[in-house]
Ligand binder design. Structure first.
Ligand SMILES: Cc1cc2nc3c(=O)[nH]c(=O)nc-3n(C[C@H](O)[C@H](O)[C@H](O)COP(=O)(O)OP(=O)(O)OC[C@H]3O[C@@H](n4cnc5c(N)ncnc54)[C@H](O)[C@@H]3O)c2cc1C
Length: 322
């Protein structure tokens, strides 16, 4: 498509990243959403660059690679909220999936003294950690600086946008990047929630992250950000419950304090629950049959930040071909 008017439905990390890439290529972009990124799942994320339970795609590695490279560039500017931090991916079985390492230039085997009891192996790598309270406002401001407009409203049906998109005065293309509710907009019932509970602790001065996906007590991860540590978690498939559970929080604390003893006794600053927008396969394609051309971009599960720039660039490529 030559530079045109694009409506991006969704202001989470996926909608904002996509709007950024489209605006960079000269499109006139309007982001339409009823919640800010901070009030969406994107505001709950840990957010470590690591493809935790993402949907499948033959393009997963190229998307991961593109996103990691962009985050590495952003880490050069402290104002973005992106930092590169060392850490450990704990493995509890000999056949743990290491396909994600194809998107990482340097990594090494963890040594026994770097692993918790019961671990079979582990990978040490320096990966992007994204402090979302800094990053999301930065990303939105970057979009605004590129001329992206923002409209706050709920969209009932994608075809409703055919009549015009606010101040843009019309739309040539719609991108659906609406997370959990993308399926409702496109009659796709294959999106399901994977509930994640997290808590924030004050930073005791740790610099390394650790993720232990197959911990026998349940998912466990510790992600130090700017001035705080995000600890999780849970991965409850099909649960729509967005209220933090006190018993679950005690269990999370028990697991993460065993992994990182420096966290013991720290007061909980806040707790949150988010529903990861999961789908067995990530949907990133042209969707025919609507009043306007539509591109779908959703189903990223627990890896929406990790894949954001890669998928945003893929949407922009697709828009160029439509
Ligand atoms: C506990 C937890 C930890 C996580 N940790 C990580 C991590 O470490 N790394 C990582 O990569 N990922 C992580 N994730 C996953 C990540 O948060 C998501 O994949 C990502 O935020 C999804 O972004 P999104 O923009 O697609 O959706 P969202 O952030 O949910 O945004 C959806 C947007 O669409 C808008 N919208 C939806 N429907 C409509 C409508 N009908 N009309 C108008 N607007 C609409 C909403 O208002 C909102 O603006 C985590 C998730 C959880 C819950």
């Amino acid at each position: 498509m030559v530079a045109g008017r694009v409506s991006v439905l969704g202001a989470g990390v996926m909608g904002l990243s996509t709007a950024h890439e489209l605006a960079l290529r000269g499109h006139s972009v309007t982001v339409i959403a009823d919640r800010t990124a901070e009030a969406s799942v994107s505001g709950v994320a840990a957010a470590l660059w690591f493809p935790h339970r993402s949907g499948a795609s033959p393009f997963l590695v190229p998307w991961l690679l593109a996103a990691r490279r962009r985050f590495e560039q952003l880490a050069a500017d402290r104002g973005t909220g992106v930092d590169l931090r060392p850490g450990t991916v704990v493995e509890r079985s000999a056949d743990a999936d290491r396909s994600w390492t194809e998107a990482v230039p340097k990594y090494r085997e963890a040594t026994a003294d770097e692993l918790p009891p019961g671990a079979v192996a582990g990978v040490r790598a320096v990966l992007p950690v994204i402090s979302m309270p800094h990053y999301l406002p930065w990303l939105r401001a970057r979009c605004a600086a590129l001329g992206v407009r923002f409209a706050t409203r709920t969209v009932g049906r994608v075809d409703d946008l055919a009549g015009g998109a606010g101040r843009a005065g019309g739309t040539d293309l719609v991108v659906v990047a609406a997370g959990m509710r993308s399926g409702d907009l496109l009659d796709d019932d294959s999106v399901y929630p994977v509930r994640g509970q997290v808590l924030r602790l004050p930073d005791p001065g740790i610099t390394e992250w650790i993720t232990d996906e197959d911990h026998p007590g349940g998912l466990a991860y510790v992600v130090p950000r700017r001035g705080e540590v995000v600890c999780g978690g849970t991965g409850e498939i099909g649960s729509w419950d967005t209220a933090p559970d006190a018993g679950t929080e005690r269990e999370i604390l028990r697991r993460v304090c065993a992994l990182v003893p420096a966290l013991a006794g720290r007061p909980v600053l806040s707790r949150a629950v988010g529903l990861r927008p999961a789908r067995d396969a990530i949907r990133l394609e042209h969707v025919p049959g609507h009043a306007l051309p539509v591109i779908a971009c959703y189903g990223h599960g627990g890896a929406g930040i990790t894949l954001s720039w890669g998928c945003a660039q893929a949407v922009a490529d697709l828009a160029d071909r439509i």
